[in-house]
Design a protein around this ligand. Structure first.
Ligand SMILES: Nc1ncnc2c1ncn2[C@@H]1O[C@H](COP(=O)(O)OP(=O)(O)O)[C@@H](O)[C@H]1O
Ligand SMILES: [Mg+2]
Length: 259
């Protein structure tokens, strides 16, 4: 459906067709580059920048986690396949490029194909049946419109096996994926959204304010300005974001130290 074809699994050392180099982005983001193999298939290389020291350990953990999640779903026809990792010591993974464009670009250029989000919605159900929650579907960069107009899902860095989670958290994870799809559906093709889903979305969607970027912004607002009242609410915001970030950060550190 997304244009998968069989091809050689070994990637040659051909030059990258495109990449996002270190100068383009933050140090903690992976570098994405494209390589073409001998059979003409294009592969995405996702490489974290550090492989040594504590940071290297952390990035190797991220690469190995994403690799394991991708392996669980690569047989589906809406996910990247031919997933490989050069070695356990490498902070790099690679898999086949899904030819197409991000849903955001397609929506801006010519609109999404008919039934696109309905199909995406049912793909997410299939993903959950395979035991995987994606957890970052509200990010439009992670949804590709394939060459034949079908939805594909990429970037399994935040994905988790549902079996890892206690049942209330499992329900939350499934709901988070559904809300992610509804968010994009509402943003890019709201006319085709069934009314009951629109109501569900309006009732459950909450903007995520607990991100490091927003924490730094709140901290800066609190440190450099505003009246007393604003200062107080800025401080409250900052503290609540700090606490909100503390939980996932501690979780990651515990997982890394045990891996
Ligand atoms: N299999 C793929 N097919 C097509 N494009 C891809 C694929 N993997 C990554 N990309 C492109 O690279 C970008 C970044 O990849 P992603 O895995 O989302 O990294 P990040 O973790 O930095 O968000 C995507 O938004 C998409 O444009
Ligand atoms: Mg992404």
């Amino acid at each position: 459906m997304n244009g998968k074809t069989n091809g050689p699994s070994v990637v040659s050392s051909s030059k990258p067709a495109a990449n996002t180099g270190p100068a383009d982005q933050q140090w903690y983001k992976p570098i994405i580059s494209l390589h073409t193999d001998d059979g003409g298939n294009r592969h995405v290389y996702k490489a974290f920048r550090f492989s040594r020291g504590l940071l290297g350990k952390y990035f190797r953990f991220l690469a190995s986690h994403e690799f394991r999640m991708l392996k669980k779903v690569e047989h589906l026809d809406f996910t990247p396949d031919q997933v490989r990792r050069p070695s356990d010591a490498s902070p790099t993974i690679h898999y086949r490029l899904i030819e197409g464009a991000s849903v955001k670009n397609v929506a801006a250029a010519k609109g999404v194909p008919d039934n696109f989000f309905l199909q995406l919605f049912s793909n997410v159900k299939i993903l959950h049946q395979q035991g995987v929650a994606h957890l970052d579907l509200g990010n439009s960069g992670n949804i590709i419109v394939s060459g034949c107009g079908q939805p594909a899902i990429i970037d399994f860095g935040s994905a988790v096996p549902l079996s890892w989670l206690p049942s209330p958290v499992r329900a939350w994870a499934r709901r988070k994926d559904v809300i992610g799809v509804l968010k994009l559906w509402h943003r890019f093709d709201s006319d085709s959204m069934p009314l009951f889903l629109e109501h569900y979305y309006q009732r459950h969607y909450r903007k995520n304010i607990y991100t490091p970027k927003r924490f730094v912004k709140a901290l800066r607002r609190w440190l450099i300005g505003g009246s007393n009242t604003e200062g107080l609410s800025g401080l409250t915001n900052t503290i609540s974001m700090f606490l909100g970030l503390l939980v996932p950060t501690s979780f990651i550190l515990v997982v890394v130290s045990f891996s």
